[in-house]
Design a protein around this ligand. Sequence first.
Ligand code: PLP
Length: 386
Amino acid sequence: MRTAKRIEKLPPYLFAEIDRKVAEAKARGADIISFGVGDPDLPTPQHVVEALADAARDAATHRYPSYTGMPEFRRAIADWYERRFGVSLDPDTQIQPLVGSKEGIFHLPVAFIDPGDVALIPDPGYPVYETGTILSHGEPELLALTAENDFKPDLDALDEQTLERARVLWLNYPSNPTAACVGLDFFTTAVEFCRRHDLLLCHDAAYTEITYDGFVAPSALQVPGALDCAIEFHSLSKTYNMTGWRIGWVAGATEAIEAIKRLKTNIDSGIFDAVQRAGIAALEGPQDDLLATIETYRHRRDLLCDGLKSMGVIVEPPRGSIYLWVPVPEGHNSESFTTYLLDQADIVVAPGNGYGPSGEGFVRFSLTLADDRLEEGVERLRKIVT
Ligand SMILES: *Cc1c(COP(=O)(O)O)cnc(C)c1O
């Protein structure tokens, strides 16, 4: 059997070796503490589960859903944008539901990247921006995010030739994996840059609702003129602990949404209507579970930051996301430190270089584990680090 060349062009899956080692450790009975995956451990709000159960009993939800999503769900998204960001969107032309935002992120280059076109991609960043680009025969141009530039790309450093071939700019704040946050001023700069260079700004806003210490994350669509050149990907996954449900959306520039719609009618057949009804319940129902979720993560963030600090590892508590981005100790790189933690302490973290070359020298801790496990993890770290 011969696989297509595009499969060979995909970067190696860095986590495969770690997965193998974790499986090995578990087989010998090790008590693994995982800070590895960013998959919320808290349950979906009960009223959302009830909405799904009710909807699933209604045979009207059992047939093919609409390609463009339920009008009521798109209306709920538009209302949420208005309430949350003061952004007015037309539910018919500026919003498209997605089978999880990853689906739309992966497919975006199919609609916007021709062979040889460039996509500007944050490094480190969510790997799907790059793999989607590669599978569309585009060229990823990695924008290094470093502590020195507050994990923001230096757009002015891009040369003219690259910019001429560039079609899209990906951004993601609050960021996975760096946990960096930006204010509206940065999006204003980015929108202006994209208008000047005829780029589509694609903002991945998966974590805008998970923020701390009074910080309220902006939407890129709040920038005046953004609706001409920007789209934003959103998801119920992190906000409402719904990673398993596969429901998200993309909103913004009409022309871009139109192209995505056209593409998607040829790929999938929409989201189960019962899941969309549950999505409406999530957006329009009581938000106390979200507040409790944020408080849980904040507490864990502080436990981990304080624990690391007591070992001499200073990590500024991030204002958003569910991650800590932690520099590795002297003499280690991302992979060696990840292996060291697993071998010496049965602790799993995500190696920073798995998110791009500029992630080298860091590991990512996810806050998606119970307090007692997190505390046990900190104690184990203390034993081997100090
Ligand atoms: C979790 C995550 C997503 C997407 O999640 P879906 O479950 O596919 O909606 C998108 N971007 C980033 C950066 C994420 O961390």
